[in-house]
Design a protein around this ligand. Structure first.
Ligand SMILES: Cc1ncc(COP(=O)(O)O)c(C=O)c1O
Length: 447
């Protein structure tokens, strides 16, 4: 395209062509866009003046709701005070303050924070820290990484290698070598319509023993799982499963990483799912809710022993050859500090815990609607499996998402034929009622 054509192109008001949208059916969107132009608290706003109830907290991230004044002001003030500072060899105070605040929310001795800019980068950082840790502690043969089927750990090569969502992997070559996967924990026959953590399935953690027997613990660096698998369609962990994984990793000297990009910052009623389950992993990856989605940020919480192991050798030498230009970006740090204040001052984690029962009742109340195969709930998360349309997997849920937005003023997420809902944690009982009511209408409309 010539420069002048590009200029004209950029000015064309309704041309949606240039933006290749991520994880989107581009052609369908561009024919009939689901466009938002503003947001406040529980709602997105559209150009034609509609208020769309946010049943998804954006992408599981706006836990404090939208355009909250204290967070907006903090970002605005920061932009005027210190726009950017390198985090390599230099610092700015809010990075240290935020790391300390996040560490204080984490259980056990998860005392150190490495900052990245997304969940994907957080995951790659955690996997690299695990490999480097064994390398520097004289156990360099421990290089294998164990993920889980149906796991989602972002889209970096590390994340898709340990992840277990087939379309996210199959187009992208041979991925990292030396990766194995635990089985996923879902069994509809045994678990359908269970509330919270299903009774059945803790024994699936013992599959880790089988994998260790196959490869030997001396070759395994780390196991990474989401405490609740989110993106695959919401799979709450079976009762006792995560505790069992911790025991097996301890027994064999393998690091355990919880990917809490979704479950962190109140989604399950606690700062981290690790606290809900009484399990201290060796690392926790986080993103999304740390800034309530306002400015990109991710990171890894690391146990003291791991951090300390790196703090050796001559003091002028870099201890970990890893980091991002935008690690601990000042705008993200300011947003993070203000977000954590909102969570604390409004008691949003406790609020999520208090509303969990009413939320589960509302979700499970949709059980008898036509075409509903299963409903799962945990914290302020719900998932509804719809019967797939004949010969067109994913089409029914896609239609549900589209019609929810255009006809019922509700934003939801879908994966395959599963609807996932995860509203901001500022929701009220009346919002729960409205979400359930609109979901019911959507499900009937696409049945
Ligand atoms: C558990 C988990 N890990 C990692 C990611 C990737 O995060 P991002 O999209 O910020 O790279 C996600 C995103 O949904 C996630 O749910």
């Amino acid at each position: 395209m010539s420069a002048s054509a590009a200029h004209d192109h950029a000015l064309a008001p309704n041309d949606l062509e240039a933006f290749w949208m991520p994880f989107t059916a581009n052609r369908a969107f561009k024919k009939k866009p689901r466009m938002v132009t503003g947001a406040k608290d529980m709602h997105y706003l559209t150009a034609d003046g509609r208020k769309v109830l946010d049943g998804a907290a954006g992408l599981w991230c706006c836990n404090a709701g939208h355009n909250r004044d204290p967070i907006v002001s903090a970002i605005q003030a920061q932009a005027g005070e210190l726009d950017y500072a390198p985090a390599f060899q230099f610092g700015q105070p809010k990075a240290f303050a935020l790391a300390a605040r996040i560490a204080a929310l984490a259980p056990g001795d998860l005392d150190h924070v490495f900052f990245a800019n997304s969940g994907s980068e957080a995951v790659d950082s955690a996997l690299k820290i695990a490999l480097a840790y064994w390398n520097i502690t004289g156990k360099g043969s421990k290089t294998r990484l164990i993920g889980r089927e149906r796991g989602y750990h972002g889209v970096g090569f590390g994340g898709i290698s340990v992840g277990g969502i087939v379309p996210n992997r199959k187009f992208f070559g041979s991925l990292l070598t030396g990766v194995d996967h635990l089985p996923h924990t879902y069994n509809r026959e045994k678990q359908a319509f269970s509330r919270g953590e299903p009774e059945w399935g803790a024994h699936l953690a013992d599959e880790l023993e089988r994998i260790i027997a196959l490869h030997d613990a001396s070759t395994i660096a780390a196991v990474i799982v989401e405490p609740m698998a989110g993106s695959t369609g919401v799979l709450p962990p079976p009762k006792g499963y995560l505790q069992r994984l911790r025991e097996i990793c301890d027994k064999h000297n393998i690091l355990l990483i919880f990917d809490e990009v979704i479950t962190g910052f109140g989604r399950l009623g606690f700062a981290f799912a690790a606290e809900r389950y009484g399990v201290v992993p060796d690392m926790i990856t986080f993103a999304k809710g740390v800034t309530s989605g306002t400015v990109p940020m991710g990171g890894v919480l690391v146990r003291k022993g791991i951090y300390d192991a790196f703090m050796q050798g001559p003091e002028h030498v870099i201890e970990l050859f890893h980091g991002y230009t935008y690690s601990a970006h000042p705008l993200a740090c300011a947003a993070g500090l203000a977000t954590l204040d909102v969570y604390r001052d409004e008691g949003l984690f406790e609020r999520a815990r208090a509303l969990e029962g009413a939320w589960a009742d509302a979700m499970l109340g949709l059980k008898d609607l036509p075409g509903v195969l299963d409903i799962r709930t945990l914290g302020i998360v719900g998932a509804i499996d719809l019967a797939p349309a004949k010969d067109a997997p994913g089409k029914r849920a896609f239609e549900a998402m589209d019609r929810a937005f255009h006809e019922f003023d509700l934003m939801i997420r879908v994966t395959g034929d599963t609807i996932a809902v995860s509203p901001p944690l500022i929701l009220t009982e009346s919002d729960i009622g409205a979400i359930a009511d609109r979901l019911g209408k959507v499900i009937r409309a696409v049945a």
